[in-house]
Design a protein around this ligand. Structure first.
Ligand code: AMP
Length: 190
């Protein structure tokens, strides 16, 4: 089982209530299945929504936040654990170390950066943990379309593109993680 689920998501809530609703459902699913949330440690936006949903449902939530953002992102003081780290790179490395799999909810450029970093780490063999997108209301459809173009134009292997789990249901996405068989992708093979 992928126990520790790292969630990347917006520090905003977005304009459609479906984003908050799905973030809440994901949090509830994580807790109900005895998994643990690893996330950026903030109280704002979808970050706070996921963490509060996990805690409400009796689950554990671990936040990892750089000192500089403790105030700006309003560090969540009610978490099971809050790790305050020195900088952004340490934050991402620590979240990646703690996690058994990664899910990106809708979010902004911070979310995209975090998603692409872990997904690229998998491509060059730094880990083989599953990475997924929770595609609420087709939010990620244009990005998925673009990623197909990247593969079609020969800048990424199609089989690596296919490792990205995409689902509009939080529960089904987590289930996909448990069914996932890690494979070694040789980025450099022709
Ligand atoms: P956003 O998706 O822009 O709302 O940001 C979501 C989260 O990503 C926030 O907790 C940000 O602190 C975090 N974030 C933003 N930029 C980066 C970055 N370069 N590396 C890691 N996390 C980031």
């Amino acid at each position: 089982m992928h126990k520790n689920i790292c969630v990347f998501c917006g520090a905003s809530e977005g304009n459609d209530p479906a984003y908050v609703e799905n973030a809440r459902q994901l949090g509830h699913s994580i807790a109900a299945q005895g998994r643990r949330l690893v996330y950026g440690g903030g109280k704002k936006g979808l970050m706070g929504t996921v963490a509060n949903a996990v805690l409400e449902a009796g689950g554990e939530a671990i936040g990892v936040i750089p000192q500089r953002l403790v105030e700006a992102e309003t560090a969540h003081r009610g978490l099971t654990e809050l790790e305050v780290v020195s900088d952004m790179h340490t934050r991402k490395a620590r979240m990646a170390e703690l996690a058994d799999g990664f899910i990106a909810l809708p979010g902004g450029i911070g979310t995209l950066e975090e998603l692409f970093e872990v997904w690229t780490w998998g491509q060059i063999g730094y880990h083989n943990k599953p990475v997924g997108l929770l595609d609420v209301n087709g939010y990620y459809r244009p990005l998925i379309h673009f990623l197909k173009q990247v593969a079609d134009q020969g800048f990424m292997r199609h089989d690596y593109l296919n490792t990205l789990h995409i689902n509009d249901s939080p529960l089904a996405l987590i289930q996909q993680f448990d069914d996932y068989q890690p494979k070694h992708y040789d980025r450099w093979a022709k």
